[in-house]
Design a protein around this ligand. Structure first.
Ligand code: ACO
Length: 402
């Protein structure tokens, strides 16, 4: 209940729950997950329906504002985003300073952090107009930042956004196009990426979203809070898993494609050897996002001309794991990341870039949670307690006597 904290404080008792396995840090209206039943809903709408019928802009609106938009609201929202896709010219120069072989995730978080310096007129979390402006700016500029990070890493010239295009089309053109050369966005590719963004758009209190809420609870601005979320997503146990899956599949292929011996190494808990793309804190039956992705992976790989031997290894690995007691007992199933890497690879993205795609998809979720947190009447600064296990009081010893 609401007064549990006060009651416990009086007794001096705290709950110890490393990793927050069973501790809620907030109440939220945004996303519902039933991990046992494999259910995921954004604002009440099943993920299967949204993935099949909606688009990423509409889902972003739904997550942030709570309702599906009318046509007029949709057009206005999407025009506002389209209007803010350009980056300040000085911000472009940031990309010159990073080493070419830099991982694009820290480049992304640094550029988002820098938005606080360039767009100082939209930093006040308690001014509704500024919150709106920073929301539109961030949704519009992150794809441009991501495309620049890509162009930097391959040593190609940057392309300015083309505001006659939608968000995903614009991002694909800025990433794969060349200045002064026409670039036709492949509609199948754009649709597939749009759908993957929908599937990643929110997942309640995951590590990066909790980070955004925690940083935001100090009343830090949206850009600062999101930059922290991007850094949380970078880790291999979270968003970094999509790249790690592909590296794992490539490793298995390089060693002759022996799925059985790899699974044995996982089961023997060899240091650093996990079945990446498997397991989830909440899903203990199946991950509904993985189910949708697996269905489309074949189709997308077909369309994009990818006859990838890694898909065969992935399918074998999944079959092998799902019939093995180690994985059955621990309720380990493929998560959203198990098949996404193969699709991103077929689309032409390098492995290092996969987690950036996750960030683009997750952005509306981060924004929705940051905004919800700010207007929550129960909001307080995030400040967990601890159980102290260090030394009891002792006396200082001067350095020459130690
Ligand atoms: N491969 C092998 N064993 C695993 C795996 C895995 N992928 N995941 C969990 N286990 C084992 C653990 O070793 C543990 O075994 P034990 O009881 O014998 O010690 C048991 O299953 C329970 O796992 P925990 O680590 O306690 O589960 P937790 O909820 O803390 O972690 C996590 C969840 C981080 C997702 C974990 O399953 C994992 O590391 N998976 C691989 C990385 C991955 O795919 N991450 C993406 C997650 S989804 C996302 O961010 C979008």
């Amino acid at each position: 209940g609401v007064n549990l904290d006060k009651m416990l404080a009086k007794t001096g008792m705290v709950t110890l729950d490393p990793g927050f396995v069973n501790t809620a840090a907030c109440s939220s209206d945004i996303t519902y997950i039933d991990g046992e039943a494999g259910i995921l809903r954004y604002r009440g709408y099943p993920i299967e329906q949204l993935a099949g019928k909606s688009d990423f802009i509409e889902v972003s609106y739904l997550l942030i504002y709570g309702e599906l938009p009318t046509q007029q609201q949709y057009d206005q929202f999407s025009q506002r985003i389209q209007r803010h896709t350009l980056l300040h010219e000085d911000l472009r120069k940031f990309f010159d300073g990073f080493p070419r072989d830099a991982h694009p995730m820290p480049v992304l978080s640094s550029a988002v952090s820098a938005l606080s310096t360039f767009y100082q007129d939209s930093l006040n979390p308690f001014d509704d107009n500024q919150v709106e402006l920073s929301t539109h700016r961030l949704l519009a500029k992150l794809p441009t930042i991501a495309a620049y990070a890509y162009k930097k890493s391959v040593g190609q010239p940057f392309l300015y956004p083309d505001n006659s295009l939608g968000l995903v089309q614009n991002f694909l053109r800025m990433t794969f196009g060349f200045p002064a050369e026409p670039y036709e966005v492949d509609p199948a590719l754009a649709r597939a990426l749009d759908m993957l963004f929908i599937l990643h758009a929110d997942h309640e209190q995951n590590c990066s979203t909790s980070t955004v809420r925690m940083v935001g609870s100090s009343e830090a601005n949206l850009f600062a809070s999101t930059s922290a979320g991007i850094n949380a997503l970078f880790g291999p146990l979270h968003g970094g898993a999509n790249s790690a899956v592909l590296e794992m599949l490539e490793g298995i292929r390089a060693e002759g494609g022996d799925v059985d011996s790899f699974v044995e190494r996982v089961k023997n808990k060899e240091p650093g050897v996990k079945l990446m793309g498997f397991g989830h804190r909440v899903y203990k039956n199946y991950d509904p996002r993985a189910k949708i992705i697996k269905q489309t992976a074949d189709e997308v790989l077909d369309k994009l001309g990818g006859d990838d031997p890694l898909l065969e290894i992935a399918l074998k690995l999944e079959d092998r794991a799902l019939s093995d007691d180690y994985f059955i007992e621990r309720k380990l199933y493929p998560n959203v990341d198990f098949y996404t890497g193969l699709i991103y690879k077929a689309m032409g993205f390098p492995t290092k870039f996969f987690t950036v795609l996750f960030a683009l998809g997750r952005l509306p979720g981060w924004i929705a949670h940051w905004r919800e947190m700010l207007v929550d009447p129960e909001r307080r600064i995030s400040r967990p307690r601890q159980v102290y296990t260090g030394p009891t009081e002792r006396s200082y010893v001067p350095i020459d006597q130690r």
